[in-house]
Design a protein around this ligand. Structure first.
Ligand code: PMP
Length: 415
């Protein structure tokens, strides 16, 4: 049931919003673009593009080091971005916001630094069966190095975590649990608050891979009481090459730096180096200044539309897409969790996802096909890959109708 209050905040003017995204006017093979590859990366509004261009045109300079005017301007904007991220996820302090290159980089940072401090021979690290490779491989590298064990929480045929199995795996040898908030290939939204509470009751800290969550769902790190949270700017309407790691201050104080270099130091002699305070201890070298400025504009853009309104609008579109896609009788959904967001994955009987994707492309419809960097999920469902349509607030029901039409055409050609 949508309440009156929700109705009020649902009013996104999508036609007006679309004007902000120049790429949405593109024609592909003579068809207007339908962009349903938002889980891979989102398109950028003029506000983001212009803020990056403004930086390079008007105040390009390095941060934190110069006394001169341009450097101070760049530093102010760079640090403003950090405060914007802090407010966006409701962190306690900007010291808890580390700028990285992306979700993968954020996870690697924690696997490496947390691993060095806390993971020893015979310890265990928990992940789930629905991870993106980015939340598998860094932990494998750590576990190999430390002679620790990587354990995987299984998922059922709907693509939901099996909670009882998770509880069985929780014991005093587990050093950390890392899991996705939202699965990039199944769309499953995990009950992360409940999972975090269970992990904490065994003294286990939790890293949330929020790469597919922050752009769809309001995320409040204090409310979740999560220890670490990672996401990428480019999946939330900002530029590539820019990521965020949130960490509770008490944890970040306890773990060593990830990389060495300029910026992350306090003093350096050949005998001994002392490290900078948070968050700079984790930011070696010249950061992605334009990336931070673009991210700042992106988060302000999303905040201005309202993440609650986005959530409601996208959820309606998602339900509409599920209903329309269900009309194709040869289509099987991969991932049918009760709570889903962002992406819908499916296969079409007797066709290869790649062939379907190519035929859609010729009709101007961009979807992703393949394993979506989640090979273990494909193995579990015994398929080579899926066709994945993933949604944004700038997508419309008309576009969903075009997808269904396109799929019917692909079916005619392939079956
Ligand atoms: N985790 C999830 C759930 C993702 O969807 C992605 C990107 N597809 C990543 C991690 C990795 O993000 P990035 O490539 O921006 O580092």
């Amino acid at each position: 049931m949508i309440t009156q209050e929700q109705k009020e905040i649902t009013k996104l003017d999508v036609n007006k919003i679309r004007i902000d995204f120049p790429i949405l006017n593109t024609n592909i093979y003579g068809h207007s673009l339908v962009y349903f590859d938002n889980a891979a990366t989102t398109q950028k509004p003029n506000q983001v593009i212009d803020s990056i261009s403004d930086y390079y045109k008007n105040y390009n300079s390095n941060v934190h080091r110069g006394v001169h005017h341009l450097s101070q301007m760049a530093t102010d904007r760079f640090e403003e971005a950090r405060r914007t991220v802090r407010d966006f996820i409701n962190a306690e302090s900007e010291k808890e916001i580390i700028f990285t290159r992306g979700t993968s980089d954020s996870i690697n940072l924690i696997a490496s630094s947390f691993g060095k401090a806390f993971v020893r021979k015979g310890d265990r690290v928990l992940i789930t069966a629905m991870e993106h490779h980015s939340n598998i491989v860094p932990w494998q590298i750590l576990c190999e190095d430390r002679e620790a064990q990587l354990d995987v929480i299984p998922i059922d045929e709907k693509g939901e975590l099996i909670f009882e199995e998770f509880e069985k795996l929780l014991d005093s040898d587990v050093r950390i649990l890392a899991l996705p908030y939202v699965s990039n290939s199944l769309g499953t939204v995990n009950p992360v608050k409940k999972i975090i509470e269970a992990a904490h009751s065994h003294g286990v800290p939790v890293l949330l891979d929020a790469a597919q969550a922050v752009q769809h769902i309001p995320v409040d790190v204090k409310e979740l009481n999560v220890d670490f949270l990672a996401f990428s700017s480019h999946k939330i309407y900002g530029p590539t090459g820019m990521g965020i790691l949130y960490g509770k201050e008490e944890w970040l104080e306890k773990i060593p730096p990830y990389q060495g270099g300029g910026e992350m130091i306090h003093t350096v002699t050949f005998e001994k180096t002392t490290y900078n305070e948070l968050p700079f201890k984790f930011e070696a070298g010249t950061p992605n200044i334009a990336g931070a400025i673009g991210l700042d504009s992106a988060l302000k853009y999303v905040t201005n539309l309202g993440i609650d309104s986005i959530h409601i609008y996208e959820n309606k579109l998602y339900q509409y897409a599920l209903e329309k896609l269900s009309s194709i009788k040869e289509l099987t959904f991969i991932g049918e969790a009760k709570e889903r967001a962002g992406a819908i994955s499916f296969v079409i009987e007797n066709t290869h996802p790649f062939d379907v994707g190519e035929i859609l492309d010729k009709q101007g419809i961009a979807v992703r096909t393949g394993h979506h960097c989640t090979e273990p999920i494909m193995d579990q469902f015994k398929i080579p890959g899926t066709i994945r349509a993933s949604f944004s607030f700038y997508n419309t029901k008309d576009e969903v109708d075009r997808l269904v039409l396109g799929l019917n055409r692909a079916k005619q050609m392939l079956l």
